[in-house]
Every structure is written in structure tokens, then in C-alpha cells.
Ligand binder design. Structure first.
Ligand code: MN
Length: 165
């Protein structure tokens, strides 16, 4: 009898703790560790310009250095809308597998270490592969005068065609 009671008391506290953890995990998407850089917070500030969820981590803080850099993480299938930057942009792939496409051109598959130089005014989008997470560092070029113009979504048909290769 004592032995049975011991077992019951040993098991009881575990049940509510396990249930609590399960609920917390269901609420938030678990972001896998795919690069050495921080993931930051869910990118709710730009969510209207993205299809799918993304996360944003500022990597620099000193405004006098004047070259803002962010690590952007995309869940599988996530991509931003077609857009252009008046100051241009540099992307450095740091984790997972992604894609970059300029209007009218074939998409480029991106792996860690790949660098993309985006000239001012060129319409493009960037995002993850359909079944893989992706992170790139985004460098905002000519930030004193840069303006971003957000355009239409990359449709499921456009995306499917772009990621075929
Ligand atoms: Mn861009």
C-alpha cells in the first residue's frame, strides 16, 4: 500500500507540468537553429508584405555607423512580396535553403555563404524553399535616402514555378 502511494505521489506532479509545456508549444512556432545568428522576434511589423511567417533580429545598434543589418528567418514556403529598394540591398544567406528572384528572370537558389547584390530599383522577392527554413542577413544600402516600395504578393503559381530548379 505504501509503495503504491509513493508511486502515485511521484507521478502526479508531472502531469500538469507536461500539459502546460504542450500548450505553450502549440501557441508558438518552434524555429529550428539553422545559423549562428539570433532569430529575434516574429516579424509582425512587416507581416502584410509577407506570405507566411518570418522573424527579424537586428544585428547592429549604433546609428552613427549607418549600415543597418538584420537577420531575417523565413518558415518553409514563406516569401516576401515583390518589392524594390531605392538604395539597393545586399543579402547574405546564412542558414537553410532559400530563393531570390528578379522580375523576368529565373529564381536563384540560395545556400549559406551566397551573396546577392540587388541594384537600386530592381523588382524582386526573397524567401525560403517550400520544405526548408531559410535565414539571410539583409543589409540596407544607402539608408539615408533608401525607400522600399512593396508591390503584389508572389502568388502560389509564381512561387511554385520559381522553386522548380
Ligand atoms: Mn529586398
Amino acid at each position: 500500500m505504501i509503495r503504491i502511494l509513493k508511486i502515485i505521489f511521484a507521478v502526479l506532479p508531472i502531469v500538469p507540468i507536461a500539459a502546460g509545456n504542450l500548450n505553450a508549444q502549440e501557441m508558438e512556432t518552434k524555429v529550428p537553429k539553422i545559423s549562428v545568428f539570433p532569430v529575434g522576434k516574429e516579424n509582425t511589423g512587416f507581416e502584410q508584405y509577407f506570405t507566411g511567417k518570418s522573424w527579424l533580429a537586428p544585428l547592429t545598434a549604433n546609428p552613427s555607423l549607418n549600415v543597418p543589418m538584420f537577420n531575417v528567418t523565413f518558415e518553409p514556403g514563406c516569401r516576401n512580396n515583390w518589392h524594390r529598394h531605392t538604395g539597393g540591398q545586399i543579402l547574405i544567406a546564412v542558414g537553410g535553403t532559400g530563393y531570390y528572384q528578379e522580375r523576368g528572370k529565373a529564381a536563384r537558389r540560395l545556400l549559406p555563404g551566397d551573396v546577392v547584390e540587388i541594384a537600386p530599383g530592381v523588382e524582386h522577392w526573397h524567401g525560403a524553399a517550400p520544405d526548408e527554413w531559410f535565414s539571410h542577413i539583409a543589409v540596407e544600402c544607402n539608408p539615408a535616402t533608401n525607400e522600399n516600395t512593396w508591390l503584389e504578393r508572389v502568388s502560389d503559381e509564381e512561387y511554385a514555378e520559381a522553386v522548380k530548379r
